[in-house]
Design a protein around this ligand. Structure first.
Ligand code: GLN
Length: 208
């Protein structure tokens, strides 16, 4: 039987971070969601989520589990992937403010600044206009979040912070070879609003 692409299979990298919340959000937008801890579990995925957590810890564990090269290859091969917060850092080709020698999986031609918002607004919430998401502004939760410092032509800005000290900072983008990569500085998996996951599932279905 042919696979049913209305129910795409989307993996969540399950090394560290808020894996369970992403699995639930993906199921609620009609995907089959599955944790990924081993290279073999990348096979057969229609899409992948890199969760929020701690980017340095995720890369360290991915190295131990021999996932770094398989993940880079999957991303370079066009696997639709969504990264939130630490996941956004992991999708960036370049980091500012990383620990010495910190690497990423890459895919998005951009520079992210890690822990960008600084002490006073370490964690905060804001309502954003998010391009590609209908039904009103998205309530965004930022936790020691990165922002996008610079981007290449292949990366499109979907949202910026409005007002306050971080006014105008880029916090959501889409890019890659054909728009298959999505990244947000914030954590939609924590708010119960599944519209960002629905957008990602749409990106996955279009390519499955
Ligand atoms: N500051 C974290 C990092 O550098 C990201 C925080 C998050 O994912 N909530 O990876």
């Amino acid at each position: 039987m042919a696979p049913d692409y209305r129910t795409p299979t989307i993996g969540v990298l399950a090394l560290q971070g808020d894996v369970r919340e992403h699995l639930q959000a993906l199921e609620s937008v009609g995907a089959r969601a599955t944790p990924v801890r081993r290279p073999g579990e990348l096979a057969g995925l229609d899409g992948l989520v890199l969760p929020g957590g701690e980017s340095t810890a995720i890369v360290k564990l991915a190295t131990i589990f021999e996932l770094v090269e398989p993940l880079r290859a999957a991303l370079a091969g066009g696997l639709p992937t969504y990264g939130s917060c630490a996941g956004m850092i992991l999708l960036a080709d370049r980091i500012e403010g990383g620990i010495a020698g910190q690497t990423t999986f890459g895919g998005l031609d951009m520079t992210v600044r890690r822990n960008a918002f600084g002490r006073q607004v370490d964690s905060f919430e804001a309502d954003l206009d998010l391009s590609g998401v209908d039904g009103g502004r998205v309530h965004a939760v930022f936790i020691r979040a990165p922002w996008v410092e610079a981007l290449g032509d292949s990366v499109e800005v979907l949202a910026r912070v409005e007002g306050g000290v971080a006014d105008g900072r880029i916090v959501a983008v889409r890019g890659g070879v054909d728009g298959q990569l999505l990244a947000t500085s914030f954590h939609p998996e924590l708010t119960g609003d599944t519209r960002v996951h629905a957008l990602f599932a749409r990106i996955v279905r279009e390519r499955a």
